[in-house]
Design a protein around this ligand. Structure first.
Ligand SMILES: Cc1cc2nc3c(=O)[nH]c(=O)nc-3n(C[C@H](O)[C@H](O)[C@H](O)COP(=O)(O)OP(=O)(O)OC[C@H]3O[C@@H](n4cnc5c(N)ncnc54)[C@H](O)[C@@H]3O)c2cc1C
Length: 352
């Protein structure tokens, strides 16, 4: 087995740059190695953390008492109408490859960091597209039975920033994702902010390559693209998801978005802007709880992100996140839900 043992703290493997050491960190580059290592961990009872690009996790400062597997498996099998992509492939590189081959429908999801294997975990989404729209199936390894299977979308419980993989985090390892391919040169612009940047109307069709460039530019202006020259992008992206509430509960003035068509709550509920709720609870961009000493703050470019400007800790991230959630709850009675996966750590209890 040609696995690589890494001598690094989790802070070096995550975009938020927090997290302590682990008993062992192993990087695997083939599916066979991945399957073998998961089996070994199960057999010896070693707690397991699967990591891709580390862009959607907050790891505790204390030691992870088990094995961290960094999934770096590669391989893409293209056919006329689908492609099977290994979990460790870089998501952005896949989008570029697909675009070059005439499949531009992934471009609204450009600039989201991380690996292909993580795309179904929280059903990544941006600018009116969710990856579940484009997934044909997900190849998984069951961590308990060690059986491999191909899960169809209706078995994945995909929802807004959620899936069975996020809800049952210790059950599956994603080995590969198969995406449907439809030749797409132009794509429909579904998101008002993107339409404004493109100088078109929602519903217009625009070349996919142009959409990609505009999405990356727009995301860059909000520090939503990982960039080593931009400390505000040391984050997990959005720290909270946009809450879904009954229409009557929505605060006056808060931007609201319709639920996806087909959602059973479509007529009675709306999705609210978590960024607006945070700002209007008194927590502004750049806010920090400890101005003299902490480098953890609300991103200066996006009130929904928590950024680690230098060498902050997970504890400080959780303290700030707890404060933000408390402020929104006090002001609006709405409980924000954390988007990234918290590894061996938690926000403090909400004071009711
Ligand atoms: C600047 C920035 C912008 C972002 N913008 C967006 C956005 O617009 N939309 C969006 O949806 N997300 C966004 N994110 C969040 C994040 O990039 C995505 O969720 C991404 O898919 C995570 O990929 P990853 O490989 O880094 O996953 P990781 O952070 O490594 O892992 C995330 C979770 O998935 C699990 N996991 C990872 N790989 C596997 C696997 N092969 N099998 C089983 N479990 C696995 C991990 O155990 C963990 O629980 C953003 C993050 C950042 C830092």
């Amino acid at each position: 087995m040609a696995v690589e043992f890494l001598d690094v703290a989790l802070s070096e493997l995550t975009t938020l740059k927090v997290g302590g050491t682990a008993q062992r960190v192993v990087r695997v580059t083939t599916e066979a190695e991945l399957v073998e290592l998961v089996a070994e961990c199960r057999n010896i009872g070693s707690p397991l953390l699967i990591l891709g690009g580390g862009s959607n996790v907050v790891c505790s400062d204390s030691e992870f008492d088990g094995t961290v597997i960094v999934v770096a498996t590669t391989g893409m099998q293209w056919s006329e109408d689908r492609v099977r992509v290994s979990a460790g492939e870089d998501w952005e590189e896949f989008i570029v490859d697909a675009l070059d081959r005439g499949f531009g429908e992934f471009t609204p999801l450009s600039g989201i960091p991380g690996t292909v294997g993580a795309t179904p975990i929280q059903n990544i989404g941006a600018y009116g597209v969710e990856i579940s729209d484009l997934i044909e199936s997900v190849s998984v390894l069951d961590r308990e039975t060690l059986c491999q299977s191909e899960m169809q979308p209706d078995q994945c419980a995909f929802a807004y920033r959620s899936s069975i993989f996020k809800m049952q985090p210790d059950q599956y390892v994603v080995l590969a994702v198969t995406y449907r391919l439809t030749p797409t040169v132009e794509i429909e612009v579904k998101y008002p902010q993107l339409a404004t940047v493109l100088n078109v109307s929602v519903g217009d069709r625009v070349p996919a390559a142009v959409v990609r460039d505009s999405v990356i530019k727009l995301r860059g202006s909000k520090s939503m693209v990982v960039d080593i020259s931009d400390a505000d992008s040391n984050s997990t992206g959005s720290f909270f998801i946009n809450p879904t509430v009954e229409r009557g509960v929505a605060p006056v003035g808060c931007p609201r978005y319709p639920l996806r068509s087909g959602d059973p709550r479509e007529d009675s509920h709306v999705k609210l802007s978590a960024a607006w709720l945070i700002e209007n609870s008194g927590v502004t961009k750049g806010f920090t709880l400890h101005p003299e000493k902490s480098t953890i703050r609300v991103s200066r470019n996006h009130s929904l992100a928590i950024a680690n400007l230098d060498s902050g800790s997970a504890e400080e991230v959780l303290e700030l996140a707890s404060h933000m959630r408390q402020k929104v709850f006090q002001q609006f009675g709405i409980e924000l839900e954390v988007e990234p996966i918290l590894v061996n750590c938690a926000l403090s209890d909400l004071l009711r």
